[in-house]
Ligand binder design. Structure first.
Ligand SMILES: Nc1ncnc2c1ncn2[C@@H]1O[C@H](COP(=O)(O)OP(=O)(O)O)[C@@H](O)[C@H]1O
Ligand SMILES: Cc1cn([C@H]2C[C@H](O)[C@@H](COP(=O)(O)OP(=O)(O)O)O2)c(=O)[nH]c1=O
Length: 201
């Protein structure tokens, strides 16, 4: 039996890492494979180098995309073929949403173009949980840990959030939008319900 690919998406500070830790320690997911993008490979290291400096935005997209290609072939595809549940903290939609903003001065419809260059080789998730939150709340939450990436700016995050919501609207069968401006317990309940329904389908 084929496995399932579940991705967690949302702006910085939306609560993805918090929920990933919760799922990681949940007995139902003891055999699941937990992963993330940017990855921990040398290409992932190159991505972090790029986003910590003043790198050209198109070069940055290509690095994120190279990391994704390597992630799929070394980890995602083999795990799914083994029948595993794979849970990825960020995946392709991060590129569509973030680089859809950073490249908007460079081309007409960046989000569509980025989706187009993924077509034919990326693996489309079975379920994408979109952690939705007002960027002002997210930035305030991130403030407690200090700014970690150059993308944690409110105006940029507003655009990223809009892009994510557009993606969710276009593919309602894949996305479940989770309001994360709530108590953690309520969020955990919705996440478990969405994952359970996809695993049992
Ligand atoms: N539901 C929540 N209510 C209040 N604070 C939260 C909630 N979820 C996460 N946080 C806090 O917000 C900050 C950012 O969360 P995190 O999980 O690191 O987000 P992300 O991985 O999406 O960047 C952390 O300090 C975390 O403890
Ligand atoms: C995977 C990915 C991440 N990003 C951004 C989102 C984050 O701001 C940054 C690093 O990701 P990450 O380490 O997940 O940041 P955080 O834990 O703060 O959410 O890279 C993109 O712009 N495009 C991408 O394709």
């Amino acid at each position: 039996m084929k496995g399932k690919l579940i991705t967690l998406e949302g702006i910085d500070g939306s609560g993805k890492s918090t929920i990933t830790s919760f799922l990681n320690s949940h007995p139902s997911f003891a055999n699941a494979v937990f992963t993330r993008e940017p990855t921990t490979s040398w290409i992932g290291d190159a991505v972090y180098k790029a986003i910590q400096s003043n790198t050209d935005e198109l070069a940055e997209l290509m690095l994120f995309t190279a990391d994704h290609a390597d992630h799929i072939e070394t980890l995602i595809r083999p795990a799914i073929e083994e029948g595993k549940i794979v849970i990825s903290d960020r995946y392709s939609d991060s590129r569509y949403a973030y680089q859809g903003v950073t490249l908007k001065e460079r081309m007409e419809e960046p989000m569509e173009w980025i989706q187009m260059i993924h077509r034919g080789w990326t693996i489309i998730p079975d379920l994408t949980l979109l952690f939705d939150i007002d960027p002002a709340v997210a930035v305030q939450r991130c403030g407690k840990r200090g700014e970690q990436t150059k993308f944690e700016k409110i105006d940029l995050l507003k655009g990223v959030r809009e892009n994510y919501l557009k993606l969710a609207e276009k593919e309602p069968e894949r996305f479940v939008v989770i309001d994360t401006d709530r108590e953690l317990k309520e969020i955990e309940k919705d996440v478990l319900q969405a994952i359970t329904s996809i695993i049992e389908s």
